[in-house]
Ligand binder design. Structure first.
Ligand SMILES: Cc1cc2nc3c(=O)[nH]c(=O)nc-3n(C[C@H](O)[C@H](O)[C@H](O)COP(=O)(O)OP(=O)(O)OC[C@H]3O[C@@H](n4cnc5c(N)ncnc54)[C@H](O)[C@@H]3O)c2cc1C
Length: 410
């Protein structure tokens, strides 16, 4: 286990109690129904979990992203859908926290901390997923209001949120300042929920399209008070939020490891427990090792976020990439350990595999994470340039002078 702070251990214990006593008994029900688990949300709010990552001056517990991650891990260990139903409130609130005016922070964050308002994050569109900057939803200023038109795709918490951070094109001519974020409240005329997605996993959280047709919001809802900073806020938000997705993956993998280890000690074939077969034992060993490595990466990435370190992008991408690949591998192996029973819905293990898949896709696919990582590694290679003399150049260039490193190239 990482060297958690006393505060993180406190939140871990609070979340574990709720996960074991409230979430686990209801996980199958909400997976089957594909409905938002309001009774679980009430229990989480009552225990103060909705306040964990928010600063004290805005009604939060001031426990940071490190504590957010331990809570997400504990909840996801019982149900990946509940894990994200919780974590998405951090994702939705980070744009306000990182880019909002003092007035916006004071108005919205205390309501989120109390669990009175749920929030969602609207960036992706039908034709703008990995390439989020190519979005088409637009907003135009009209007097003291902004008028929004367009559609957002796959908004997690869509059907349950009260408030939405919505990213829109506000200056189509500009390259750097094309996008702004606007806060839109549920029930604003011109804003409706679109398609309710029928999903493979994380079925406890609703994922919807958001539709805007001449939807008017006051100028006061323009994040940060100035247009053109939306893309920067979105990217900064993802740096803060990716350790949370990675923590969801760690929780799912840990939950699957626990159940499959118990099963492997109870199921007998060829006269012995299946855990005594080396192929199963080694599988469990590899699962446990990769989970621990993932957890350590998550903890370190979250620590850097909380320390407001200068470059958190690489480690945030690394922990998301590594932990979510681990979760997919571990949950698939867990089903394998359960054999035919693992494939059946009356056993709890196949849900872990279904819930894990999305962690490799949302908040930037794992292909996108690798693009982010390699971009940073190449930048860092400038520091290793003095070692190049040890590499015979003809093996790389066929006798030509080596091309200089261009760390700015994407
Ligand atoms: C259940 C669910 C919940 C979601 N929740 C939210 C949410 O709350 N808010 C929100 O804004 N969005 C949300 N999303 C959207 C999610 O972030 C996108 O699905 C994701 O960013 C990928 O976009 P895409 O699906 O359009 O895939 P595409 O971008 O079309 O990618 C398709 C494939 O091509 C690969 N690919 C794309 N570009 C490259 C490249 N340059 N190099 C190599 N490979 C590439 C991708 O890795 C992927 O494998 C959610 C999605 C789902 C499914």
């Amino acid at each position: 286990m990482p060297n958690y702070t006393p505060e993180q251990l406190h939140w871990k214990a609070v979340a574990r109690k709720i996960a074991d006593e409230v979430v686990r008994p209801l996980a199958k029900k909400y997976d089957d129904l594909q409905q938002y688990p309001w009774e679980i949300k009430e229990a989480m709010a009552k225990a103060g979990l909705m306040s964990v990552w928010l600063p004290k001056e805005y009604g939060g517990a001031g426990a940071g992203v490190g504590s957010l991650c331990v809570v997400v891990e504990e909840l996801s260990r019982a149900c990946g859908g509940v894990g994200v139903a919780y974590a998405v409130n951090a994702l939705g609130s980070f744009p306000i926290l990182l880019g909002g005016t003092e007035e916006q922070k004071k108005k919205w964050l205390p309501l989120i901390a109390k669990g009175e308002k749920l929030i969602a994050f609207g960036l992706s569109e039908k034709f703008a997923g990995s390439d989020a900057g190519s979005m088409r939803t637009w907003a135009k200023q009209d007097g003291d209001q902004w008028v929004i038109n367009g559609e957002k795709k796959w908004c997690t918490n869509g059907g349950s949120a009260d408030l939405f951070s919505v990213f829109c094109v506000t200056d189509p001519e500009s390259k750097a300042k094309r996008i702004s974020a606007l806060l839109v409240e549920k029930g604003t005329p011109g804003f409706t929920l679109g398609k309710y997605e029928d999903k493979m996993g994380i079925r406890a959280v609703p994922v919807n399209e958001l539709h805007f047709q001449n939807c008017r919001v006051p100028n006061a809802n323009l994040l940060g008070g100035k247009p053109g900073h939306g893309f920067k806020h979105a990217m900064h938000t993802l740096d803060y939020a990716r350790p949370g997705v990675a923590a969801q993956a760690v929780g799912l993998a840990q939950g699957a490891l626990e159940l499959s280890t118990l099963y492997a000690q109870r199921r007998q074939q060829f006269g012995v427990q299946i855990s005594a077969h080396q192929s199963i034992g080694f599988m469990l060993a590899q699962m446990a090792t990769k989970i621990e490595a993932s957890r350590l990466l998550v903890t370190e990435a979250a620590r850097l976020v909380d320390a407001k370190a200068e470059n958190i992008t690489k480690l945030a991408a690394m922990c998301k990439y590594f932990a979510t690949e681990t979760a997919m591998e571990v949950t698939t192996n867990a089903v394998q350990i359960f054999g035919g029973y693992g494939y059946m819905k009356d056993y709890p293990i196949e849900k872990y595999m279904r819930d894990a898949k999305i962690t490799q896709i949302y908040e930037g696919t794992n292909q996108v994470q690798q693009m982010v990582i390699v971009r940073n590694v190449i930048k860092e290679s400038l520091e290793w340039d003095y070692l190049a003399k040890w590499i015979p150049t003809e093996t790389m260039t066929g006798g030509l002078e080596p091309a200089p490193v261009d760390a700015t190239k994407k």
